[in-house]
Design a protein around this ligand. Structure first.
Ligand code: SAM
Length: 279
C-alpha cells in the first residue's frame, strides 16, 4: 500500500527490521501515519523550526513531522535496532533528519539544534516525567525550546493541566503552569498503539511563557509545594511546619488561610508564600 511519503507502511518497516517491541524501553508504537501527522500539526507551524524528537522508534512520528514540513528533526533513540529504519527516512528527506543513538537523559542535544526549537515526542513512559521536569527547570529561563508537544499516559497529562481543587492538582501542574500555558490537545485509546498499553494516552501542548507567571524563587517554590502536597489532606499550618518558625504568620502574610489545604491554593498563592519564605 502506498504512503504519503513513499516509504513503506510502518507494519512492513517493523517486520523488515524485526522491531519486536521491548517493554523495558516503553515501546508502544504509533503505526497510523494520519495520526502521527495530526500530532505533528498540534505542534504548530514547524517549517521554520528544528524539532527535537525523543524516542523515534521505527519513525512513525518522525515521518509525520517531516511530511508536515519540519525544517529539521533531531531524533534521539536509545534502541540501536531502530537505526536502519530511521536511516531510510533520513534518505527520503535529505539533510532534514539527524539521528543520535543514545539515552535522552544523557545526550547533550543543544549542540545539534538551531533555534527556534520545538520538542515533539511520544515519550517512553519510564522517562517521560523526568524529561518534562528537566525541560521545565533549566538553569535559565527562557529555555532552549519554544513549545513541548508530548504524549503521556492520560493520567500524567491530567496532572500537568490540572486546575486548583481537582483530583490531579499537584506539583506537576504547578511547575508546568508556572512557566507555560498547558493544554491537552488529543486523547488516544490503547488500541492506537502497537502493542496496546493498559491505559489511555494524551498529547499535551505546552507553550513557554517569556517569564514565570508570578515571581518566586524556584528552589523555594519546589520545597514549598513538596511539603504541601506530601500531606495534601492536611491544613497548611500543619503540613508546612517543617519550613521554619512563624510559618503561620507567613501564610497569613501571603494572603492565605492557615487552615486551607494544598489542593485549594492556586499557583499565585504558592508563589506569594514562596516570596514570604524567601524574605
Ligand atoms: N515515536 C515512536 C512512535 O510514536 O511510534 C516510538 C514511541 S515509544 C512510546 C518510545 C520510544 O522511546 C521507543 O522507541 C524507545 O526505544 C525510546 N526510548 C526509551 N527510553 C529512551 C531513552 N532514555 N532515550 C531515548 N529513547 C528512549
Amino acid at each position: 500500500m502506498a504512503t504519503i511519503d513513499g516509504l513503506p507502511p510502518l507494519r512492513e518497516v517493523i517486520r523488515a527490521h524485526d522491531l519486536v517491541a521491548k517493554k523495558q524501553l516503553g515501546q508502544n508504537f504509533l503505526l497510523d501515519l494520519n495520526l502521527t501527522a495530526r500530532i505533528a500539526r498540534a505542534a504548530g507551524d514547524l517549517s521554520a523550526c528544528d524539532v527535537l524528537e525523543v524516542g523515534p522508534g521505527p519513525g512513525g512520528l518522525t515521518r509525520g513531522l517531516l511530511a508536515e514540513g519540519a525544517r529539521r528533526v533531531l531524533a534521539v533513540e536509545k534502541d540501536p535496532r531502530c537505526l536502519p529504519a530511521l536511516e531510510e527516512i533520513a534518505a527520503a528527506y535529505p539533510g532534514r533528519l539527524e539521528v543520535i543513538c543514545g539515552d535522552a537523559l544523557e545526550v547533550d542535544v543543544l549542540a545539534h539544534l538551531t533555534p527556534p526549537v520545538r520538542v515533539v515526542a511520544n515519550l517512553p513512559y519510564n522517562v517521560g516525567t523526568e524529561l518534562l521536569i528537566r525541560w521545565l527547570t533549566p538553569k535559565n529561563w527562557p529555555p532552549f525550546w519554544d513549545s513541548l508537544t508530548l504524549m503521556f499516559q492520560k493520567e500524567v497529562a491530567e496532572r500537568i493541566v490540572a486546575k486548583t481543587r481537582t483530583e490531579h492538582y499537584g506539583r506537576l501542574a504547578l511547575l508546568a503552569q508556572w512557566r507555560c500555558d498547558a493544554k491537552i490537545v488529543l486523547t488516544l485509546p490503547p488500541e492506537a498503539f502497537t502493542p496496546a498499553p493498559k491505559v489511555h494516552s494524551a498529547v499535551v501542548h505546552l507553550t513557554r511563557l517569556p517569564a514565570p507567571r508570578y515571581p518566586a524563587d524556584e528552589a523555594v517554590l519546589m520545597r514549598l509545594t513538596a511539603a504541601a502536597f506530601n500531606q495534601r489532606r492536611k491544613m497548611l499550618r500543619s503540613s508546612l511546619k517543617g519550613l521554619g518558625p512563624e510559618i503561620e504568620a507567613k501564610i497569613v502574610a501571603a494572603g492565605l488561610e492557615p487552615t486551607a489545604r494544598a489542593e485549594e491554593i492556586p499557583l499565585e498563592g504558592f508563589c506569594a508564600l514562596a516570596r514570604e519564605l524567601a524574605k
